[in-house]
Design a protein around this ligand. Structure first.
Ligand code: HEM
Length: 421
């Protein structure tokens, strides 16, 4: 089984951690690689949380599964995102250095792979441009794209693969509009994103896509600098003009991360969320009766079947968690998906409850690296899932649909979601 199959180009460490090492071990960590865990990892997390909540795999990678530990870890500066530290830890584990260093080089210094205090400088630029107002202003545009995608699917017949028809094209179109990428270029951009998501299947294609996208972005930034528009690249360029500590290459890397980080993640929030709803007809009926529940519903769907199952840190300074010593240079997986089902934090955590009170899940992280695009991702999921439920009253899983997930335990991604309506 090739577990390094997929990665987020924007968050290389999350996908590139040497997961083949897990396969070699015969501990609880190895259980996560079984076909049963691929179908449903949550019982495995429950066992790990109970029996070994601060677990050291045979290869010396730490697995944290309790809400309290992960929440604290996300704010602990002794656990680092630093690119160079991460590279060293990764090499020590025998990871695919070529692929890793290719992404690390490309990204340069960017908020995702930098620690505070430098992190704040890099994030500020995007924060200023990526305002709540700018996100909310996208609602009508998102609705228009969702309606078009659903129209097209319905015209094509009584069944669709939701991933292919709606969940995948939507975030690409939205981010392209946001960044002022002209419609004729969207298919090219989508094909690059696909290559980013399948890094180790074809590293040649991956590298080619990185180079081409990089060149394309540089060209776009030059154009916007000369002729600004109402798009996010123009906003970032304008912000940079007031902040001379930010280099051109950092600006480019920021664009790269912002454009790529929310593509597959948003796709699978919509995919996993729709599947969870269809498997819980009582909750689906509640949402149909009261469409105003959609905002809380998306929070609960994000908690219930977490897209980014785990993120990675490297120990920068020895620290103790749950009575165990984590040593400098060791890798740590923070299993957000496991924390979201922690009974010490959530009442009846395995139940889907669209009106769950106090739903402070960790699906978008926490602390300094808290997801910058969360509001945008959730807005897309609200519109997409809300519209599917409203427009397709007979929506259901296709008869005999054999569901499968991509073989990367750090990300929960359906290969397809066949529906009829
Ligand atoms: C359902 C969709 C999404 C999920 C599940 C998700 C999840 C996450 C998580 C867990 C983190 C924390 C990573 C860490 O601490 O190491 C993160 C960070 C980040 N996300 Fe998202 N994300 C989503 C959508 C988006 C979108 C749409 C964008 C941008 C348009 C975005 C941009 C970012 C950026 C820039 C960071 C890094 C922030 C930093 O390092 O300071 N994400 N995301």
């Amino acid at each position: 089984m090739n577990l390094t199959e997929t990665t987020d180009a924007a968050r290389p460490t999350a996908g590139l951690a040497p997961s083949h090492d897990l396969a070699a071990s015969h501990d609880l960590a190895a259980d996560l690689l079984t076909p049963e865990a691929r179908r449903d990892p949550y019982p495995f997390y429950a066992r790990m949380r109970r029996e070994s909540p601060v677990h050291r795999s045979a290869q010396g990678i730490w697995y944290l599964t309790r809400y309290a530990d992960v929440e604290a870890a996300l704010g602990d500066l002794r656990l680092s995102n630093d690119r160079d530290r991460m590279t060293r830890a990764y090499v020590a584990q025998g990871g695919n250095l070529k692929a890793f260093s290719r992404i690390a080089d490309r990204l340069g210094h960017v908020m995702t792979n930098t620690d505070p205090p430098d992190h704040a400088r890099l994030r500020k630029l995007a924060n200023r441009a990526f305002t709540a107002r700018r996100v909310e202003a996208l609602r009508d545009g998102i609705q228009r794209i969702v309606d078009q995608l659903i129209d097209r699917a319905v015209e094509a017949g009584p069944a669709m693969d939701l991933i292919e028809a709606v969940a995948s094209p939507l975030p690409t179109s939205v981010v392209c509009e946001l960044f002022g990428i002209p419609p004729e270029d969207h298919p090219r951009v989508k094909s690059w994103f696909r290559c980013f998501g399948r890094l180790t299947e074809d590293i040649g294609k991956f590298e080619e896509a990185i180079d081409q996208f990089d060149e394309y972005l540089a060209h776009l930034v030059r154009r916007r600098r000369a002729d600004p528009g109402d798009d996010l690249i123009s906003a970032l360029v304008a912000t940079q003009a007031h902040d001379d500590r930010l280099t051109d290459s950092e600006l480019l890397s920021t664009c790269f991360v912002l454009i790529t980080a929310g593509d597959e993640t948003t796709t699978h929030l919509i995919g996993n969320g729709t599947l969870a709803l269809l498997r819980h007809p009582d909750q689906l009926a509640r949402l149909r009766e009261d469409p105003a529940l959609i905002r809380g519903a998306v929070e609960e769907l994000a908690r219930y079947d977490t897209v980014t199952q785990a993120i990675v840190r490297v120990v920068a300074e020895d620290l103790e968690i749950g009575g165990r010593m984590l040593r400098e240079g060791e890798l740590v997986y923070l299993f957000l998906a496991a924390t979201n089902r922690d009974p010490d934090r959530f009442e009846d955590p395995d139940r889907l409850d669209l009106t769950r009170p106090g739903n402070r899940h960790l699906s978008f992280g926490n602390g300094p690296h808290f997801c910058l695009g969360g509001p945008l991702a959730k807005l897309q999921a609200e519109v997409a899932i809300g519209t599917l439920v409203r427009r397709l009253p007979e929506l259901r899983l296709a008869d005999g649909a054999a569901l499968d997930w991509r073989p990367n335990p750090l990300q929960r991604r359906l290969t397809a979601l066949p529906l009829t309506y």
